[in-house]
Write a protein that binds this ligand. Structure first.
Ligand code: NOJ
Ligand code: CA
Length: 548
């Protein structure tokens, strides 16, 4: 099969690069990225010095939630290519020494999935409906939803079905869009089906799965109403109180079962949980030794750019995951969050998933945002554990704030009638070549979301080899991180002042200056996020060679 490195618990300190297929590179000129487009440019990702890629979904889907609404888990949507294209992409990744992780979406299917199509025409108590969560409505003639749960994308989490004879029927649960009905994981048939889907992709050579909504599969018995707790805290502007549809104990049985499936395969295939769970000690339960290998550290992502807060979350993460002998992960951006080159300079609270647009309060200053993003990334890449990079952050891309209303595509925007902008701003197609149509994303110049004019200067070819560019900072840091095994290291804090984050890891000292005064240092700079001669300026991180 491959030239992939020998198994050595590679995932413990891996740097994993997220590819969002719609927006990476368009191979056939229709304005939407695809698998051949990725394969053709995968050497650029390998050249950056990462260990693995994670691909967001490319399966058969009506694309009502950009592919997180899967209609056939064993096929590729024609928009993205064919199964042969997927095989070619996996093979190319392995040839380049990259592990290849794919997304799996078990909480819900698309309403176009054959199971849901069967369910909506089947008898009320049929097995076909038992794969989903159908319930009678409340009130006279069942006109009220079965409980008060709301969709993560806004609006109610229930939709009433129309029976084949045209009458209103039961309601079905969808924690996301109405085109994403939740599966009932109490069903053994559902469980067995997903074992089989895992095997389908493992047999094709993938190195693991990023598991979508890994906290959502099991709902509290009896589907009780959610009773808000006004004293609950928040994370990233979102309430962190327990809800009856997330982080239920029963999900862990599913992960133990999946782990057994993966362990049948050679080559250390991994599971990584997308689980928005609080606190960190709870999140770490997803990586107990017989469950998953990694969980995205969203508490880190949601932490303010504040030295004391950053030190706290780093210590707490290492302790929480370490309690299960698992690595912490570190992640600053993905396809659901405001890009960190913008988020870290927002001056108003912005709840996760709401996005930013022209009328959002506290819009970021671009220069400050980029400086902070570079400083934050450089600090992150020196931390022990596994780090995630979201495509385009190595170019310093900001959120695209000024997408015209009629170009927006995120279901969040539609379900909230424009009250929340949603996630389109972090999903804009990548700029590859400053002087090509669509900045090289697509041969004929079309892009499924518009690219801002300022991105010309951020194109990859404009940054490659340019001293001080964000791209060069990433590749230098990744090279040094790997050469010095920082991901397998340990940190010890150094006290350089309340507003300075400073630590040693092996042969380097890291200084991230969040204060407003210069921080002097001695020694040779290995890599810096900004100009640093003898002192680290504000909003800047440096790695310094430690003197023996
Ligand atoms: C999390 C995914 O990352 C997001 O993009 C998607 O909309 C939801 N899960 C629903 O699948
Ligand atoms: Ca295409």
């Amino acid at each position: 099969m491959t030239n992939a490195p020998a198994p050595t618990e590679w995932w413990r300190d891996a740097v994993i690069y997220q590819i969002y297929p719609r927006s990476f590179s368009d191979g056939n000129g229709d304005g939407i990225g695809d698998l051949p487009g990725i394969t053709a440019r995968l050497h650029e990702v390998a050249a950056l010095g990462v260990d693995a890629i994670w691909l967001s979904p490319f399966y058969t889907s009506p694309q009502r939630d950009a592919g997180y609404d899967v209609a056939d888990y064993r096929n590729v949507d024609p928009l993205f290519g064919t199964l042969a294209d997927a095989d070619a992409l996996v093979a190319r990744g392995h040839e380049l020494g990259l592990r290849v992780i794919v997304d799996i979406v078990p909480n819900h299917t698309s309403s176009d999935h054959v199971w849901f199509q069967e369910a909506i025409v089947a008898d009320v108590d049929s097995a076909a409906r038992g794969r989903y969560i159908f319930r009678d409505g409340k009130g006279v003639e069942g006109t009220e939803p079965p409980n008060n749960w709301t969709s993560v994308f806004g609006g109610p989490a229930w939709t009433r079905e129309v029976r084949p004879d045209g009458t209103a029927g039961q309601w079905y649960l969808h924690l996301f869009d109405s085109s994403q009905p939740d599966l009932d994981w109490g069903s053994e048939e559902v469980r067995a089906e997903f074992d089989d889907v895992l095997r389908f992709w493992l047999d094709r050579g993938v190195d693991g799965f990023r598991v979508d909504v890994a906290h959502g599969l099991i709902k509290a018995d009896g589907l009780p109403d959610f009773v808000p707790d006004p004293t609950a805290g928040s994370m990233g502007g979102e309430s962190i109180e327990p809800v009856p549809y997330f982080a239920q104990e029963g999900v862990h049985d599913v992960w133990r079962r999946w782990r057994r499936v993966l362990d049948e395969y050679q080559g250390e295939r991994i599971l990584a949980a997308e689980a928005w769970v609080h606190p960190l000690e709870r999140m770490a339960e997803w990586v107990r030794p017989d469950e998953m290998h990694q969980a995205f550290n969203f508490e880190y992502l949601a932490t303010d750019w504040d030295a004391a807060e950053q030190r706290r979350v780093i210590d707490a993460s290492i302790a929480a995951f370490g309690a299960y002998d698992a690595p912490s992960t570190w992640v600053l951006s993905n396809h659901d969050t405001v890009r960190h080159a913008s988020r870290l300079a927002l001056s108003a609270e912005n709840p996760q998933g709401h996005g930013i647009g022209p009328d959002s309060p506290g819009l970021p200053d671009a220069v400050l945002g980029l400086a902070r993003a570079r400083a934050a990334t450089l600090m992150m890449l020196a931390l022990p554990g596994s780090a995630y990079i979201y495509q385009g952050e190595e170019l310093g891309l900001p959120e695209h704030v000024y997408i015209p209303d009629d170009a927006r595509q995120d279901p969040t925007w539609f379900r909230t009638e424009g009250e929340r902008y949603g996630r389109d701003g972090c999903r804009v197609p990548l700029p590859w070549e400053a002087d090509a149509p669509a900045y090289g994303f697509s041969a004929n110049g079309s892009t499924w979301l518009p690219q801002p004019a300022e991105w010309r200067g951020l194109a990859r070819d404009a940054q490659r080899g340019r001293a001080g560019s964000t791209l060069e900072m990433y590749s230098t840091a990744l090279r040094e991180r790997s050469a010095r095994a920082l991901g397998a290291g340990e940190i010890s804090w150094v006290d350089l002042g309340e507003d300075v984050i400073a630590f040693d890891n092996g042969s380097i000292r890291v200084i991230a200056n969040l204060s407003d005064a210069d921080v002097p240092f001695e020694g040779d700079v290995l890599v810096a996020s900004g100009a640093a001669a003898g002192a680290v300026p504000p909003e800047t991180t440096v790695w310094i060679e430690r003197r023996a």
